[in-house]
Ligand binder design. Structure first.
Ligand SMILES: Cc1cc2nc3c(=O)[nH]c(=O)nc-3n(C[C@H](O)[C@H](O)[C@H](O)COP(=O)(O)OP(=O)(O)OC[C@H]3O[C@@H](n4cnc5c(N)ncnc54)[C@H](O)[C@@H]3O)c2cc1C
Length: 419
């Protein structure tokens, strides 16, 4: 009989690992807590044939592993934004982009990014928060506003929490980005279709237990709990969730500490559907804004129909306070930029911090933790292996590309262990 592999979680990491392990001839079972597959990839329909992503959406130029699956499964990528032209800041009642900054602002921005790039080039992970690091370098007020917005809108956290060593890794890579036609869940569906009955939904894993030469997981089913044995368990769930599951296995203390303390940022994403295009620029672009929400863009840029959706992203501590007013606050944020915005036709908000199976949006690193935790993230413990966005190469953490690359690495580790 072939080797039996259990995969915990059917997000992109779990599904892509399962797909590759099946291709390698192994017997795979995937246990997913929810009825829905995809985890932090979550496309919803908003009416009139239009859709939006409540989780992952943008695909960057260098997301080659993701693009390889897009090609393999015959999916299509649509254009989203061009950089730097489609990136705007809404400051003090005015929209700016790179070309409309004055000389002083342009220099402040260049200095900030040069200093950050130096951190990456010299592999530094200072023991200061981003806020303290900006203070020490006497970064101008304008540079600080940009950095704060970037912390909220890209890293889903606050400058007072994130370490500059992690913040320095550029999020937007390349001169343009794209979206998957029909939404990011199309890739989830393509993988799931090929895995068929190997994927078990409504099956949360509640415990992982290893003895000398076996490993098992306890899976909760509708009426009972079942213990399932295997040769290997690949855990792909966020550590914000994993830290609540008992793991009886030879994890080293530092690994347990990383599992219990790796922080996750908060995000509320609100999709607002409008009857028509009411902004001045042809492509809404990505507008960074201060306040309750931090970034707004248009997922319908390449979709058919005269209705338009704006996606409003709130990140970090401000996202935790939005609660029931999320849609109203998003509407008000859009009106602050475009006072003539019409009434919305429909809206949809999702809070990733209160999602039981995510407990946050994606991981970030506190000062010094990037270097401290890095070797622990990908380290197997006996017959347990780890994948998922948080275990990806650092520049891909927080991306679908990271989830896929992490699974490719874990699959290789498993094959090396078995053969
Ligand atoms: C708001 C938001 C915006 C984003 N934007 C982008 C973007 O534009 N571009 C991009 O590339 N990436 C983006 N990302 C990041 C991207 O979504 C993630 O990096 C990626 O989807 C993570 O995949 P994963 O498989 O590692 O984890 P997940 O998708 O979290 O998958 C884990 C799965 O495990 C399941 N699970 C949890 N606990 C258990 C359990 N005990 N038993 C069984 N199953 C369990 C969960 O239900 C989930 O299905 C965004 C994320 C968020 C939240």
């Amino acid at each position: 009989m072939g080797h039996q592999i259990i995969i915990v979680g059917a997000g992109l990491a779990g599904l892509s690992a399962a797909y590759e392990l099946v291709r390698a001839g192994l017997d795979v079972q995937v246990f997913e807590a929810q009825q829905r597959l995809g985890g932090r990839v979550y496309t919803v329909q908003l009416g009139a044939g239009q859709y939006g992503d409540l989780g992952a959406e943008f695909v960057d130029e260098n997301h080659t592993a993701f693009k390889a699956y897009v090609a393999e499964f015959n999916l299509k990528l649509d254009p989203a934004c061009q950089f730097p032209d489609d990136l705007y800041w809404f400051f003090d009642g005015r929209l700016y982009n790179r070309k409309s900054l004055n000389n002083e602002q342009g220099v402040a921005l260049d200095n900030l990014y040069t200093d950050l790039q130096n951190l990456v080039d010299n592999q530094q992970d200072p023991l200061q928060t981003l806020d303290e690091w900006l203070d020490e370098r006497a970064i101008s007020a304008f540079g600080r506003r940009i950095a704060k917005l970037q912390a909220h809108s890209l890293f889903a956290t606050d400058p007072e929490l994130i370490g500059p060593g992690f913040f320095a890794y550029p999020g937007v890579q390349g001169s343009f980005n794209m979206r998957v036609r029909h939404g990011s869940s199309s890739l989830v569906n393509a993988l799931a279709q090929r895995l068929g009955k190997r994927v078990h939904t409504n099956s949360p894993v509640r415990r992982i237990q290893q003895t000398d030469d076996t490993i098992s997981v306890t899976v909760e089913t509708e009426n009972s709990a079942v213990e399932v044995m295997a040769d290997i368990v690949l855990v792909t769930i966020p550590w914000s969730v994993l830290r609540h599951i008992p793991i009886e296995a030879p994890l080293v203390d530092a690994q347990r500490e990383a599992i219990s303390s790796l922080p996750y940022g908060g995000v509320v994403k609100t999709l607002l559907q409008y009857p028509y295009h009411f902004w001045s620029q042809p492509n809404f672009g990505i507008v960074l804004v201060e306040g309750n929400y931090h970034a707004i863009w248009e997922p319908t840029f390449a979709q058919i129909g005269t209705n338009k959706i704006l996606s409003c992203f709130s990140g970090g501590t401000p996202s935790l306070d939005l609660t029931d007013q999320a849609s109203d606050l998003a509407v008000a944020t859009v009106r602050a930029i475009y006072p003539d915005a019409p009434e919305t036709i429909s809206s949809y908000s999702y809070n990733w911090s209160t999602d039981e199976w995510a407990q946050g949006a994606y991981c970030y690193f506190r000062p010094g933790d990037l270097h401290r935790f890095n070797p622990l993230l990908t380290m197997p413990a006996g017959r347990i292996f780890f994948a998922g966005e948080h275990t990806a190469p650092v520049e891909y953490r927080g991306y679908m590309e990271g989830a896929i690359r992490s699974s490719q690495r874990a699959v290789q580790q498993i094959l090396n262990f078995l053969y």
